[in-house]
Design a protein around this ligand. Structure first.
Ligand code: ZN
Ligand code: ZN
Length: 316
């Protein structure tokens, strides 16, 4: 039984559609340790910095990869795939899906399906990651480490599943992170030979550009499920515990305006006023000016100015 469970976990490292002839027994909400070994290993990989050291090049690569991948997650995995808040071409859709997959947060269908489920059940017992219902740790990491949320909820993303290239990426989501990691190592080795003055090499770029950048990116993303339902202001009396938090908005390129977002998820912007910094929105405006995306859905003024709640007022 244990052997079949480990075998299934190993197949799921490379093929998220791998199924068991009989789903292993056990608590579906417990951490599926064999399957999440890569998640743990990338955290441990950060310790490698003790041996690789630091260079300006490595930190710059880590920072750029953080920003680009956070943009792909917030603007595309979230605002485009989950909420269809703007439009783009099929080629750009796939390009940004690939970029989103490089954030190592599974494929676009899995991500969007669980997120749509979250909006439909937000902060009720059926919500897959509510901190008020299930605690901080579950909302931050527990929910996706458990077996019960591993499968893509395909019924919630039929509009996206029409595209075979997206289904392929969702099934083999591991491909993009592996290509990124190998490319970083190769680039670092090349730089070590071609520009030794930069003081970097393959292992150093792997640790900074992949491990450290990805771990920071992960936990920044996870704060929207955990902290942004606990800490911040509630401008709107939504049926959940979502909050507006400027610090989280800066960290996640705009996602911290989470109470705004739960009030009107269809909008392409989450900072509803000019002073609510939403870097993904500015970048989307730039992509729209270039003709890469179009039809950015605005926030209707009547919604923006409606249903105010007293500062700090909670759902209960
Ligand atoms: Zn939420
Ligand atoms: Zn959302």
């Amino acid at each position: 039984m244990i052997a079949s469970r480990i075998g299934l976990a190993l197949r799921r490292w490379v093929d998220s559609a791998a199924v068991a002839t009989a789903e292993p027994a056990g608590d579906a909400r417990a951490v599926d340790w064999p399957r999440v070994v890569p998640f743990v290993a990338i955290h441990l990989g950060c310790i490698g910095v003790v041996w690789t050291g630091i260079s300006t090049t490595a930190v710059a690569v880590a920072a750029v990869l953080y920003l680009v991948r956070m943009f792909a997650v917030t603007a595309f995995y979230h605002r485009y795939f989950s909420h269809r808040s703007f439009r783009t071409s099929r080629a750009a859709q796939f390009f940004f899906a690939l970029l989103g997959a490089s954030a190592v947060q599974r494929g676009p269908l899995w991500w969007a399906a669980h997120h749509r489920h979250h909006h439909a059940h937000a902060d009720r017992p059926t919500d897959c990651h509510s901190p008020t219902e299930h605690g901080f740790l579950w909302s931050h990491v527990g929910w996706f480490l458990a077996r019960e949320n591993f499968a893509t909820r395909t019924g919630l993303v039929r509009d996206l599943a029409r595209y075979p290239e997206l289904r392929w990426l969702d099934r083999y989501d591991v491909v993009v992170p592996v290509v990124l990691a190998v490319s970083l190592y190769a680039a670092g080795e090349w730089l070590a030979a071609a520009a030794p003055g930069l003081g970097t090499d393959g292992w150093q770029l792997l640790v900074w550009g992949f491990c450290i950048s990805t771990v920071v990116l992960w936990h920044a993303t996870f704060t929207i499920n955990s902290l942004a339902h606990r800490f911040g202001r509630r401008r709107y009396a939504t049926r959940d515990d979502s909050r507006n938090n400027a610090w989280l908005a800066l960290l996640t390129l705009g996602e911290g305006w989470h109470n705004n977002h739960h009030r009107y998820p269809a909008a392409a912007r989450q900072g509803f006023y000019w002073w609510e910094v939403d870097l993904s929105w500015y970048a989307l405006r730039a992509l729209a000016a270039l003709g890469v995306v179009w039809g950015l859905r605005p926030v209707p003024a009547a919604i923006r100015d409606s249903q105010r709640s007293a500062p700090g007022e909670g759902r209960r």
